[in-house]
Design a protein around this ligand. Structure first.
Ligand SMILES: Cc1cc2nc3c(=O)[nH]c(=O)nc-3n(C[C@H](O)[C@H](O)[C@H](O)COP(=O)(O)OP(=O)(O)OC[C@H]3O[C@@H](n4cnc5c(N)ncnc54)[C@H](O)[C@@H]3O)c2cc1C
Length: 402
C-alpha cells in the first residue's frame, strides 16, 4: 500500500464556531455547555453511568431526567414521528441522516423479530424521505450474541442452532431487500472482534447480493485493529472476484478497553494497535486506499477527527474528485462535532449525521458510550466542550472562558 501523501489540505474552517452553531440558540448552547462540562469529569461520568443503569433496572422514574438532558443532546426522539423535526433541521443545511433504532443488548428471538420489523418500518419511512439515505443495523440486535460468537469461532452448529442461524439470516435478507427496493443504504455496524468475523461474513454475503448496481450494504471497518488494512484489501478483492461494489464505513473503533481487557484476561495477543499514533496511521492509510480505488469502492469517513476530514478533502483533491462525489461521504454522530458536519456540508461534501432514536431506557448503553467518549483525556477539555466554550465566548457570554 502506498504511503499517504502529506500535501497541504483544503481549507476547511472547522474553528468557525459562529457558522457551526448557528442553528443553536444561546439557551440550547448553554444547556449543551452544562452537559459537556459534567461529562468532562470522568469520576462523575462513571458514577452517573452506574446510577442510570441501576435506576432503570429498578424501574425508578428517571426517564424524564435522562430525556431532557443527555438524551436530548444525542438522540432524535422516541418514535420516528418525533425525530422528523431533527431530520428536517439537518436537511436545511444539506446534512443527511443515518437513522438508527438505538435499541441494543437484546436476547430473545421475539426481540430480534421486533427489531427487524422496526428496521423495515424505518426503511419504509426513509424511502419517502429525501433526507434519510442510510439506516444503520447492528447484527447483535438481530442474532443471539453467543451464536455469533460460535459462528465466529467457526464451530459446527447443531440442528437447533442451525435453524436459529438461518432464521437470523432471513431477517437480515429481509432488511437488505427492503433497503435495496427503497434505494436506501444500510450501515452494518462493527462490533467486538470476537463476533466481527461472523458479521463480516454476513456483510460480504449480503453485499454480493445487493451491491451489484450500486452500494447498498456498507460494512464498517475498525482501523484500531491491527489486521484491518489487510481485511480492507481482502474486501476489495472479494468484491472484484464476485462482481459487486465494495462499500465500507471507516471508523477507528469504539470498544478498545473491552478488547484489551479480554485479550489480557484470556491470554491472546491484543488485537488493537499499541498506540493511538498507530491507529491514526492505519486510518489514514485506509482512507487513502479507498479514495485511490474509488472507481470500485464506496467510502464513508465516519469520524470526529478534524485531521481525518482534512485528509479526505486533500485526497479527493489529489485524485481530482469533486467534493460531492457520490461514492464518498463523511459522517458524525448527532450531538457531536457540528463544526465538522456543518463546515463540510457547506463546502459541498456529502455529510451524514448518525441519529439514534428509540425509547429512552433502551438507548442507555449508547448514551453511556457517548458520555465516556466525552470525558477529559489526560485532564484536557473534551473537543466538544472546547468548541462550545469558544462559541459562547464569541457570543459575549463573559462567564465562559474560551
Ligand atoms: C458516524 C459514526 C459511526 C460509527 N460507527 C461505529 C461502528 O459501527 N463501530 C465502532 O466500533 N465504532 C463506531 N463509531 C465510533 C468510532 O469507532 C470512534 O470510537 C469514535 O468516532 C472516535 O474516533 P474518531 O475517529 O472520532 O477519532 P479520535 O477521537 O481521533 O480517536 C479516538 C479513537 O482512537 C482509538 N484510540 C484511542 N486511544 C488509543 C490507543 N492508546 N491505542 C490505539 N488506539 C487508540 C480508539 O478507537 C478511539 O475511539 C462510529 C463513529 C461515527 C462518527
Amino acid at each position: 500500500m502506498n504511503q499517504v501523501m502529506s500535501k497541504p489540505v483544503e481549507a476547511l474552517p472547522f474553528e468557525d464556531t459562529a457558522f457551526a452553531f448557528a442553528h443553536k440558540s444561546d439557551r440550547e448552547l448553554r444547556r449543551s455547555h452544562l452537559l459537556f462540562s459534567l461529562m468532562n469529569n470522568p469520576a462523575l461520568v462513571d458514577i452517573g453511568a452506574r446510577l442510570a443503569e441501576w435506576a432503570f433496572r429498578l424501574r425508578l422514574p428517571v426517564g424524564w431526567l435522562v430525556k431532557n438532558t443527555i438524551y436530548r443532546q444525542f438522540c432524535g426522539g422516541e418514535t420516528i414521528d418525533e425525530v422528523k423535526a431533527v431530520i428536517r433541521q439537518l436537511g436545511r443545511y444539506n446534512i443527511k441522516t443515518i437513522l438508527d433504532y438505538g435499541v441494543e443488548a437484546k436476547t430473545t428471538e421475539e426481540d430480534f423479530e421486533h427489531s427487524a420489523e422496526h428496521l423495515q418500518k424505518t426503511l419504509d419511512y426513509a424511502a419517502d424521505d429525501g433526507y434519510i439515505h442510510i439506516v444503520s443495523m447492528k447484527l447483535s440486535g438481530l442474532f443471539r450474541f453467543a451464536l455469533l460468537e460460535k459462528v465466529n469461532r467457526m464451530e459446527g452448529l447443531d440442528a437447533a442452532e442451525n435453524a436459529e442461524w438461518q432464521q437470523g439470516i432471513r431477517r437480515v435478507e429481509r432488511i437488505c431487500q427492503a433497503a435495496y427496493n427503497a434505494g436506501i443504504l444500510i450501515h452494518v455496524d462493527a462490533e467486538h472482534s470476537w463476533i466481527q468475523g461472523a458479521i463480516d461474513r454476513i456483510a460480504w454475503t449480503m453485499s454480493e447480493r445487493f451491491n451489484r448496481e450500486q452500494p447498498i450494504v456498507i460494512n464498517a471497518v475498525q482501523m484500531y485493529r491491527k489486521d484491518r488494512l489487510a481485511f480492507l484489501e481482502a474486501s476489495l478483492e472479494h468484491a472484484r472476484e464476485h462482481g459487486y461494489r465494495c462499500a465500507v464505513k471507516l471508523v477507528r473503533g469504539a470498544y478498545m478497553e473491552k478488547e484489551r481487557a479480554r485479550a489480557a484476561a484470556m491470554g491472546y495477543p491484543d488485537p488493537i494497535h499499541n498506540t493511538l499514533e498507530d491507529t491514526h496511521n492505519a486510518y489514514n492509510r485506509a482512507l487513502e486506499f479507498c479514495i485511490r480505488h474509488i472507481d470500485e469502492m464506496y467510502v464513508c469517513n465516519a469520524t470526529h477527527n478534524e485531521d481525518s476530514c482534512r485528509l479526505q478533502a486533500a485526497l479527493m483533491a489529489q485524485y481530482k474528485l469533486p467534493p460531492g462525489h457520490p461514492m464518498t461521504a463523511t459522517a458524525q454522530l448527532y450531538g457531536m462535532s457540528d463544526n465538522i458536519s456543518y463546515t463540510m456540508a457547506r463546502a459541498g461534501y456529502n455529510v451524514e449525521k448518525y441519529l439514534p432514536y428509540g425509547p429512552v431506557q433502551e438507548v442507555v448503553p449508547y448514551l453511556i458510550r457517548r458520555t465516556r467518549e466525552n470525558t477529559s483525556a489526560g485532564g484536557r477539555m473534551s473537543r466538544e466542550l472546547a468548541r462550545i466554550r469558544m462559541e459562547l465566548h464569541r457570543r459575549g457570554d463573559t462567564k465562559i472562558q474560551s
